[in-house]
Design a protein around this ligand. Structure first.
Ligand code: FES
Length: 148
């Protein structure tokens, strides 16, 4: 609650209630790793918005997580340049790994839409560290490196 209140105080703007919303949500996720459900009514009240409006924004942007992520956050690029270089196979492999490891929730797997590494596609990131030219074997290697 304190984290949510601080984020509101730092980013609330007086002119347009809605314009403070995205920076507040970003600040909460940066600090907690996700937007907890009980943050929605607090943010809505502070900005004089309805809960549905705040919830709508959280669900519209796939950047925002609604659940606490695992320790290892893997993002696989699913945008066009990566798709054309085999990102679909990489995504399928990643899904398989995530569901195999899912029992102990070792990985949070998320799609992203461009990591700025289009010329060296396919790209992924592990805990925000970007990697280029990733295939299934390299995916496993990188994951192992981050989890050891
Ligand atoms: Fe994947 Fe740009 S499209 S990094």
């Amino acid at each position: 609650q304190e984290t949510v209140q601080n984020a509101i105080l730092e980013h609330k703007t007086e002119q347009f209630h809605q314009s403070g919303l995205l920076p507040i949500l970003h600040a909460i996720q940066d600090r907690l790793g996700f937007i907890p459900a009980d943050a929605t009514p607090i943010v809505a009240k502070a900005l004089n918005l309805s809960r549905a409006e705040v919830h709508g924004v959280i669900t519209f942007y796939h950047h925002f997580r609604q659940e606490q992520p695992a320790q290892t956050i893997v993002q696989v690029c699913r945008a066009e340049a990566c798709q054309s270089m085999g990102a679909e196979a990489l995504w399928k492999h990643a899904c398989q790994r995530a569901s195999n490891d899912g029992g102990n929730s070792a990985i949070t797997l998320e799609p992203v839409y461009c990591l700025g590494l289009c010329s060296t596609a396919p790209a992924m990131s592990v805990n925000e560290r970007p990697y280029a030219r990733v295939n299934a074997a390299r995916f496993d290697q990188l994951l192992k490196r981050h989890q050891d």
